[in-house]
Design a protein around this ligand. Sequence first.
Ligand SMILES: [Zn+2]
Length: 335
Amino acid sequence: MIQRTVAEQQRALYWHRRRLHEREVPRHLLRETDQLMFWLEECLVQRLKIVPGWLMPRLLVLLGQAHPELPRELGHERRPAQVMEFLYRAQEALMEQSVKGAGHGVPLPGAGSAHGAVGQGPQTGQDHPPLPLTLRVDLHLHSYYSPDSKTSFADLVARCREVGLDRIALTDHNTAAGAFELRRLHPGLAIAGEEIKTREGEVIGLFLAEQIKPWLHPEETLDRIHGQGGLTYLAHPCDRFRASFTPERIIELAPGVDIIETYNPWARPADNQLAAELCQELRKVAATGSDAHSPPELGLSWMEIEEYEGPADFLDKLRQARHVVTELSGTQRRA
Ligand SMILES: [Zn+2]
């Protein structure tokens, strides 16, 4: 059986995002056909006799958008292989339209902003290869487990649903207790993290199994994160107004660093730019984090990443991820 709960949840979020951020031009509809093709293939793999009901509404709409006659011709046909034939026909029709329309995609709002990684941000309007599901993630945010945030889990989860965040790394200050609890309550949503104060700057650990205590030498903090299979992430690394490392120290620490935050809404643009340059120079993976301390700050900047399996795969895919920074990012009042 197809795992309905997970599948339906992903599907709902997927369409939600599409409706919000992409106009339905042929190129985008083509991507939708890729997504639907994935599910139809899954039906064949699972040897389902008919296409599940939850898949049909969007499929019918898409067929109609590709060519008005297709839904009628499909009629009551629900056998996966046969339905797939219709999807192929829809793809052909859309490809034709796409060529006619000069094939310009509509970039996501804020995508490709200079805030993203230098040289590795999104190329707007460029198609991804046939669609693996993309997840909207935020890798740096806080809850009431941080002394400077009042955000409850209920508000956090509600806001994620509202803005279509699929996965969040809860990175409270010097504690992973909240992150572990959120992961227990919402395993599909939460990555367990912690923003750890070292004797110098702050270091985030992602995919943590155990909490890491603060005030260690940065090298030891990085080692401990890696020692438990986590990923190391330098938060607002060059921010002159918060505990952070000097560029020289970042270069020294580089062997132990996986990810560098190149956009933090609360860092000055020049500091973000410096972080982005360092990130590129050191060939590290860039990240955009919201550093949200209250719910309205969530969903103003995020990353879009392919579905992954485990931390190593996550890091690999983060390199290709799309950075999205909207105009509203950094305009909220800091909690
Ligand atoms: Zn933070």
